[in-house]
Design a protein around this ligand. Sequence first.
Ligand code: NAD
Ligand code: UDP
Ligand code: UDP
Length: 323
Amino acid sequence: MRNYNRRKRVLVSGGAGFLGSHLVERLLDRGDEVLCVDNLFTGSKRNIERFLAHPRFEFVRHDVTFPLYVEVDQIYNLACPASPVHYQHDPVQTTKTSVHGAINMLGLAKRLNARIFQASTSEVYGDPAIHPQSESYWGNVNPIGIRSCYDEGKRCAETLFFDYHRQHKLDIRVARIFNTYGPRMHPNDGRVVSNFIMQALRGEDITIYGDGSQTRSFCYVDDLIDGFIRFMDLSAGADGSPGFPGPINLGNPVEFTIRQLAEMVIRLTASPSKMIFKPLPADDPMQRKPDITLAKKYLNDWAPSVSLEEGLNKTIRYFEEFA
Ligand code: NAD
Ligand code: UDP
Ligand code: UDP
């Protein structure tokens, strides 16, 4: 009780997911009280079981599309399925999670006058015509395609965040996250890194969609979480005005083709797997690479430090027990 007033109470929605569980861990390590709110749609208790006995950790099973009344000092809004396979499974629910979830988390932040972080995405740029993507680019997004529930949901959430910022002077932090991977991704998540590693470890064919010439830039989870916390902790102005709201790109600017990724995973796992080619899903972006100039400027020279090879090795070790 003695430290009660000095401790930050932090809400992490989506805290039982891949990124959320890493964020929870970092916040507990630095002494915060953490309230993890998750409906376990894509997250799992397994991701947070190591925290359940922690005196500063609390888990609430709750769907953010419904109102939530709790008392906290900061909010990280991560609740939303992130893998195309999962967010396309129930696309109406995906839009509701992004939009109604944002409204409820923003309403909560407004009542508490709490700073609130939004996990936005590089998908707001769609299939980008500008390369690399900087925050000033408005994007190239199909409003009625199979990825739209996620892309437009996240775009609408950004709109809501900036309107609460302008209209209610809410202190917001909007981060556009580029492809991130690491331990605690769901092994059947459907995203490229988990698919390739699981296929390689099981000696199955590596499924490349399209000809594998499309690009992504992969960030290791520890680098990303470091960026989250630096951004959230950026102080407000001396006059009490909110700090820099973003949007800010967070990701690793080193770009790879999907074919190069497949070759690297095969090499690092010493797998007998062969690459096979399958049709490219609709609206699959052909290139993606963040311009991180703004993040470097505002976040004390933040830049990812873990190479793809190093990060993949750690991720492969994690996935071995599932193969
Ligand atoms: P994830 O699927 O592992 O985690 C999402 C979490 O949100 C899960 O625990 C899930 O159960 C929970 N959730 C989903 N709908 C919910 C709801 N209605 N109410 C409460 N909880 C709900 O995915 P992740 O990779 O950890 O992504 C976390 C956030 O970061 C997401 O908002 C995602 O859009 C964003 N993001 C991730 C990446 C990436 O590469 N990992 C890239 C861009 C953006
Ligand atoms: N809300 C919430 N927790 C709170 C405060 C608000 O879940 O502590 C929800 C509430 O259900 C509302 C939404 O956030 O629908 C938006 O709140 P806001 O105050 O911005 O709007 P209003 O209540 O006027 O619709
Ligand atoms: N991809 C692939 N094989 C797979 C899974 C994905 O070739 O088994 C491709 C996918 O078509 C996309 C890229 O890898 O071009 C990244 O896909 P992911 O679903 O991980 O994330 P996205 O960046 O598309 O949201």
